[in-house]
Design a protein around this ligand. Structure first.
Ligand code: XBP
Ligand code: MG
Length: 266
């Protein structure tokens, strides 16, 4: 049985509710800035998240809009311009008001740093979006925390393709069964599994009810020990009168070592 050597972090939905509070908001502001009547509400954006990549998502949406440019080349150019504007607006939003990290995220990262468990970022978002978010919460030297940072621009194929996880593990120098991925979306879970990387799911706003297959644990978030399947193990520190009721690195390590005896938690 191999030892847990690394955590691979998804970004949108896992580190923060950036889809709901950042990307969707910034897409709508970009539509407005371009004089377009298009707006994505939560229901529509939730559907559109099946398409990974913001520009690809825009193209997909335009393909079903009668008021989108008729020629594919024009749609492509508009999607690129809108996406660039969205990313600028997203970075401003994240640097300004900010979007809080989800509970337990920073604490788990600090545990990894303290205990020598390496970390990577494995995301299909644009590098500029990631940098804006991380700089806000971890400062200019944020990248020092991670042995690898793999973003949308670094891969040929975005999630659910495994490429982003394969590249992250290669860059860290760890094997597939030596790392755990933290994800929120079915596409992300599929990508990690296709890379032979055990995956833990923290439910996010848009994927709260989504079916996920083959995760070694599924829960509401790292901030609480309640509601996880399987329940955090007995070896882990117990809830502390509601003060620090979070999932710890020891819980992740437990799920990781139990992975041959548990499977397919819905
Ligand atoms: C989520 C994505 C991204 C974001 C938007 O990435 O699919 O496309 O929605 O970012 P992950 P971009 O969950 O892997 O972090 O507009 O830069 O694509
Ligand atoms: Mg995600």
């Amino acid at each position: 049985m191999s030892k847990l050597k690394a955590l691979l972090w998804d970004v949108d939905g896992t580190l923060a509710e950036t889809e709901r509070d950042g990307h969707r908001v910034a897409f709508n502001l970009a539509f407005e800035a371009f004089g377009l009547p298009w707006r994505w509400d939560d229901a529509r954006y939730g559907q559109l998240l099946q398409v990974t990549g913001g520009r690809e998502r825009l193209m997909h949406d335009m393909n079903s809009r009668p008021d989108a440019p008729p020629l594919a080349g024009e749609r492509d150019a508009l999607a690129r311009a809108l996406h660039a504007k969205k990313n600028t607006l997203y970075a401003e939003l994240v640097a300004g008001t900010g979007i809080p990290l989800r509970g337990g995220v920073l604490e788990l990262m600090h545990e990894c740093l303290d205990q020598g468990v390496r970390m990577a970022i494995a995301t299909t978002t644009s590098r500029s979006n990631l940098e804006a978010l991380m700089r806000k919460h971890m400062g200019e030297r944020w990248a020092d925390w991670f042995g690898a940072v793999v973003c949308g621009e670094d891969v040929q194929r975005k999630k659910p393709d495994p490429e982003v996880f394969v590249k992250a593990m290669q860059a860290l120098g760890v094997g597939p069964l030596e790392a755990v991925a933290l994800e929120d979306s079915p596409g992300g879970v599929a990508a990690a599994r296709a890379a032979n990387c055990p995956v833990i799911v923290t439910r996010s706003f848009y994927f709260a009810q989504a079916a996920v297959e083959g995760a070694i644990a599924v829960g509401l978030g790292l901030h609480t020990r309640e509601g996880w399947r399987p329940a955090p193990g007995a070896r882990s520190p117990q809830p502390n009168a509601g003060q620090d009721d979070r999932i710890r690195l020891a819980d992740i390590a437990d799920w990781f070592t139990q992975r041959d005896t548990i499977s397919d938690y819905p």
